[in-house]
Design a protein around this ligand. Structure first.
Ligand SMILES: [Zn+2]
Length: 170
């Protein structure tokens, strides 16, 4: 419960500034491209547009961070029009550096692929044709997960939203 605070009470000192840091990770770029090519059949034009034409760059983030008590292994974001002045890319894939590089926590190649595949599934690169000029541009966009929920919810109520494919909902 929060204590009511009189206007004279000094504010509590703010928590130490976030320790989260980022660095460019050029070694991720070819890996992202490799995963995209390997699994391209799972990035259909209906869902992902011309994803094969999008440019991805990788960055590392450290240290570990969590959201809702879960470790965040990576994330995807689109490069905005303004940022594009400085960044030659459509999407930025962020990866937790320790997951990628550090000794005993180094995941198997398959897990690295899974992470990159997951982040790529968030990315859509659809064609946009200018009706006047006929010029084609591509719009980077992010999409949420196919399904979200709680295990207990699923156990008790099944796939009541109809989000899960049949194979999972039996
Ligand atoms: Zn995700």
């Amino acid at each position: 419960m929060k204590e009511p605070r009189s206007p004279k009470t000094p504010k509590k000192q703010k928590a130490a500034k976030s320790e989260i840091k980022y660095e460019r990770a050029p070694e991720l770029d070819p890996f992202i491209d490799k995963v995209r090519t390997k699994y391209l059949q799972h990035f259909t034009p209906e869902q992902h547009g011309s994803i094969e034409k999008a440019k991805f760059v990788g960055i590392f983030r450290f240290p570990e961070k969590s959201r809702g008590g879960k470790t965040v292994f990576g994330s995807a974001r689109k490069v905005s029009d303004k940022e594009r002045i400085f960044v030659d890319a459509d999407f930025i894939i962020e990866v937790w550096k320790d997951f990628w590089t550090n000794g005993s926590t180094t995941p198997e190649e398959k897990e690295k692929e899974a992470l990159i595949f997951h982040e790529l599934k968030h990315c859509v690169y659809k064609e946009k044709v200018d009706k006047k000029t006929g010029n084609i541009t591509y719009m980077p966009k992010l999409v949420p997960h196919d399904f979200e929920g709680f295990i207990k919810e699923y156990e008790l109520f099944g796939d009541w939203t109809g989000d899960l494919p049949e194979a999972f909902s039996k």
